[in-house]
Design a protein around this ligand. Structure first.
Ligand code: HEC
Ligand code: HEC
Ligand code: HEC
Ligand code: HEC
Length: 511
């Protein structure tokens, strides 16, 4: 009996203690202050990207597919893959890649079997990186671009809009005999689209100015939805001789009457500056939708100008655009609404496209290795040139005797094994990755490749402080002033270091 009472007492006391603890810790002044701050200034998403990410984190795969709000057709849109089939090389929450893009579309087709859809690209799908020695497209770029064509063929893209960045590669695959071969093997090249890119010579094929695609079946209830697609690009820095680029706004205006007459929905794929995109909408109320691409990592929310709905592609298709079409509204216009699907690890790869990506990677790694070896042979013949003031890179080890503590901090930092990170990812010869993971990339006397300049791999002292040979000769000369965050931002970009914050990052490598 006594024992039972004691037992009950212990339970009650324990309960009271728990309650007390909850009360006490739950009302710590710090927490209250934080809560008050949050209610005072609710965290507004900075842009559509932040917004979608915040929402995406809360959802499971089923949530990623969205609510079924009765839409009857869809257009998937992406852009700016810059010749890469890969998930982005960013460290935190890497996004994008063709395998996930197609993986999502597969899931969508299973979830919404009654919704017919198109899949389009808004431009900059080829890389235009040139070899600094020849001024022509780099060899690995040409190989990678051909893989993009194969992937887009496999993914059955309905139309692919040409941006001016795509034209150097286009000059290779639109030479007539090449075009015929491509058209037979990868007919997607016949769906390359541009209303304002024309070949200058008869020996080149021309892209189609516009295309009318018909959707039917499922929720369209026996109707046929005719979608007219027009493509345009700005001229940018295109200097090639093969093509001419005319005024994109004039091109749209002159095509519009005939496309409008044959379509229920007119969509312009526009690789233009944000200002030109808005002018396009203002001057052409007959355009229903602009799928816009500003060619930069800049996330802009969809908007309506006049009667035209504008949705922007997400850079590198890290988020896949999904334009939903909702049947006809009053006045004969279709209601449309864009949503964005974050292509993160939650989205399963499409197995066939993933296999194609892996094959491309394998071939590219081999080509890039060969190029690096060739560059090594060439660099043995030519001596490194020094930078402007004559200083050259000497490597971190040379600093150790005089700056032992700074050196010690550096060796334990991530910067000291930034190259191993690329090796682990099998990208150590990939120019797309090297710039920020080595010292002095593409600078006179800086990192060339791992064979000829192994001592300049990793983010060494001179990646931030600049070439130091003159400083070694005379340490009293002014040298190496770097600021935070200016000195960090060239590498700690929003893309590659989304959580970068100057104070806490500097605290980790302070020396
Ligand atoms: C022979 C010794 C010696 C070596 C080797 C040396 N330094 Fe220094 N360094 C100095 C001295 C001494 C100063 C201080 C000069 C002064 O305050 O006038 C200095 C200053 C600096 C400063 C601060 C400059 C400023 O204006 O605040 C930086 C940055 C720096 N060194 C970077 C490096 C790096 C990077 C290396 C290796 C690539 C290196 N140093 C190698 C001796 C050396
Ligand atoms: C614009 C500069 C830049 C480019 C280009 C770049 N990176 Fe990075 N990378 C960074 C920075 C900065 C970090 C550190 C990010 C952080 O911790 O906030 C990083 C981190 C990483 C990490 C994570 C390392 C770790 O230990 O957490 C991997 C993996 C990586 N990069 C791979 C790649 C690959 C692969 C490529 C090429 C596709 C690439 N990076 C291109 C700047 C870059
Ligand atoms: C990631 C960039 C980065 C790297 C890598 C780096 N530093 Fe620095 N370093 C800085 C910045 C930024 C400052 C100035 C910070 C400030 O203004 O307080 C600095 C300051 C210094 C100073 C001056 C310190 C003082 O007291 O004024 C020296 C010396 C120096 N670094 C040497 C080195 C050496 C040696 C290495 C390599 C072992 C190295 N740093 C690597 C960014 C870097
Ligand atoms: C030349 C490109 C480059 C510059 C400039 C640069 N970083 Fe980094 N940083 C990187 C890369 C690449 C990584 C990822 C390294 C890895 O783990 O592979 C990284 C990682 C880091 C990390 C996380 C790794 C760790 O050591 O814990 C911190 C913190 C950091 N950088 C701070 C800074 C700061 C602060 C600056 C500016 C003063 C700066 N970085 C400038 C390329 C750079």
């Amino acid at each position: 009996m006594v024992r039972q009472l004691v037992g009950v007492f212990i339970i009650l006391t324990a309960g009271a203690l728990v309650l007390l603890a909850v009360h006490f810790f739950g009302s710590r002044p710090g927490l209250v202050a934080e809560e008050a701050m949050q209610t005072a200034a609710p965290q507004q998403p900075k842009d559509v990207f932040e917004f979608e990410r915040a929402r995406a984190r809360k959802t499971e795969l089923s949530g990623r597919l969205g609510e079924d709000d009765g839409f009857s057709a869809a257009i998937f849109f992406g852009g700016d893959i810059l010749g890469s089939l890969e998930v982005c090389g960013c460290p935190k929450n890497p996004l994008g890649g063709v395998a996930r893009r197609q993986g999502y579309i597969r899931l969508f087709a299973e979830r919404y079997p009654g919704v017919p859809f198109l899949h389009v690209d808004t431009g900059y799908f080829f890389s235009d990186r040139v070899d600094p020695m020849t001024g022509d497209l780099a060899e690995d770029v040409v190989v990678g671009n051909e893989w993009v064509i194969r992937a887009y063929e496999h993914m059955k893209l309905d139309v692919v809009n040409l941006s001016y960045h795509d034209l150097p590669q286009l000059a290779r695959c639109f030479r007539l005999e090449e075009f015929r071969r491509h058209a037979a093997e990868t007919p997607v090249v016949k769906r390359f689209l541009s209303a304002n890119v024309r070949s200058r010579e008869a020996s080149y094929a021309n892209p189609q100015p516009y295309v009318i695609r018909e959707l039917s079946g499922g929720r369209l209830n026996g109707r046929t939805l005719r979608i007219g697609l027009i493509g345009v690009t700005e001229a940018g820095n295109y200097r090639g001789r093969e093509f001419s680029i005319s005024d994109p706004l004039v091109a749209v205006r002159s095509l519009l009457p005939q496309v409008r007459a044959r379509s229920d929905l007119v969509v312009v794929l526009a690789y233009l500056s944000p200002e030109m995109i808005e002018s396009l909408a203002r001057e052409n109320p007959q355009v229903d939708v602009i799928l816009a691409d500003v060619g930069r990592p800049l996330w802009l929310s969809p908007k309506t100008i006049g009667r035209t709905y504008i949705a922007y592609s997400a850079y590198q298709t890290k988020l896949l655009g999904e334009l939903r079409l909702y049947g006809e509204e009053q006045g004969g216009r279709w209601k449309v609404l864009a949503r964005y699907v974050e292509l993160d690890g939650l989205i399963p790869d499409d197995p066939a496209v993933e296999a194609l990506r892996a094959e491309a990677r394998h071939e590219l790694a081999a080509v890039q290795r060969r190029l690096a070896e060739r560059a090594m042979a060439a660099s043995r013949r030519t001596r490194h040139t020094a930078s402007g003031d004559g200083a050259t890179f000497v490597g971190s080890r040379a600093c150790q005797p005089c700056h032992a503590s700074a050196y010690a901090v550096w060796t334990t930092s991530g910067h000291a094994h930034a190259f191993a990170t690329l090796q682990k990812a099998k990208r150590e010869n990939d120019p797309q990755c090297l710039a920020c993971h080595v010292t002095g990339y593409e600078q006179p006397g800086g990192f060339l490749n791992v064979f000829s300049t192994p001592r300049l791999k990793d983010v060494q002292c001179e990646a931030c402080h600049g070439p130091a040979s003159r400083h070694l000769e005379d340490p009293t000369r002014p040298y190496g002033k770097v600021g935070v965050p200016e000195g960090c931002l060239p590498c700690h970009t929003r893309e590659n270091s989304p959580d970068f914050e100057p104070l806490s990052y500097w605290a980790k490598i302070k020396h």
